[in-house]
Design a protein around this ligand. Structure first.
Ligand code: AMP
Length: 283
């Protein structure tokens, strides 16, 4: 276990720390997070470690990606527990800026992503979201100057938006997607799972089960619309209100009508009680 973990909170401190990490010409991988770390995040840190000699994890609950009606104020925060976990994984550096370090007085520039950011999925229900993500992620890339950045497939549209943005802006960082980590009953790990009551938690795996069955049915040759119809019934039957459940082209996120038209990704967002969960699966 390393006791070398350093935590920096200012851009100037970060620059110096990254310079030190880079002194021997070693590669750097960045794992952007909002903290409240779980095994899903830790799997990204492990993957980062495989890709690069040095691993930087950012922890920043980004106000720019929350609407006023959303859970910015109550979003789970536990930096001490996060640092304990990251130390165990031999993380080299944690970048944990304050809001004013990230968005100093007078901040007035933003990145507006297109393409997959307008797919009509998360963007329909959280119109502010990808602008906030793209702005903070561009800043993180520029601040850290990492060779690699690891993002979870759990947030599949976000992974595609960030990949497109890095390509469009010629950002010198390679984006790597990492598979979704799940609880033993299939529920995708998420910092927001702590919001679920016991009965909601018991119902929540229905989301993944419905996705899995729909994917199996489509693979077996059933029409996409039929497979999605029964998935919808199951999800609603478990107590969810569905924002969207869609089959999309896995790369462009554009609409897709048949399996022959390309690799398919099934994506869902649904609310149970006051919690909104998202998940997705490849076909
Ligand atoms: P967040 O802290 O929720 O912004 O997530 C930070 C990163 O962890 C994002 O790239 C997420 O896609 C990724 N992530 C979140 N949950 C999981 C999970 N269950 N499995 C793998 N990666 C995840």
């Amino acid at each position: 276990m390393s006791d070398q973990l350093s935590v920096v909170r200012t851009v100037a401190g970060l620059r110096k720390a990254v310079e030190r990490l880079r002194a021997k010409g070693e590669s750097v991988a960045l794992v952007p997070t909002m903290g409240a770390l779980h095994d899903g995040h830790l799997s990204l840190v492990r993957l980062a470690r495989k890709k690069a000699r040095r691993v930087v994890v950012s922890i920043f609950v980004n106000p720019a990606q929350f609407a006023p009606s959303e859970d910015f104020a109550t979003y789970p925060r536990n930096i001490r527990a996060d640092l304990r976990l990251l130390r165990k994984l031999n993380t080299d550096l944690v970048w944990a800026p304050s809001t004013s370090a990230m968005y100093p007085e007078g901040f007035s520039t933003s990145v507006q992503p297109g393409g997959p950011a307008h797919a009509g999925l998360e963007d329909t229900y959280r119109p502010h979201f990808f602008g906030g993500v793209a702005t903070v992620v561009s800043k993180l890339f520029i601040q850290v100057g990492a060779d690699f950045a690891i993002f979870g497939e759990k947030d599949y549209q976000q992974l595609k938006v960030v990949t497109r943005m890095a390509r469009d802006l010629d950002l010198p960082v390679k984006i790597i997607g990492a598979p979704t980590m799940r609880e033993p009953d299939g529920l995708a790990m998420s910092s927001r799972n702590v919001y679920l009551s016991a009965s909601e938690r018991a119902a929540a795996p229905a989301l993944y089960r419905a996705l899995k069955d729909a994917a199996a049915q489509i693979k077996a040759g059933k029409p996409i619309s039929t497979a999605l119809f029964s998935a919808r019934e199951r999800i609603v039957g478990a107590g969810f209100a569905i924002d969207y459940l869609e089959a999309r082209h896995a790369e462009t996120l554009g609409p897709i009508n048949a399996r022959k038209d390309g690799p398919i990704r099934l994506l869902v967002a649904a609310r149970i009680g006051r919690t909104r969960l998202i998940d997705n699966i490849g076909v």
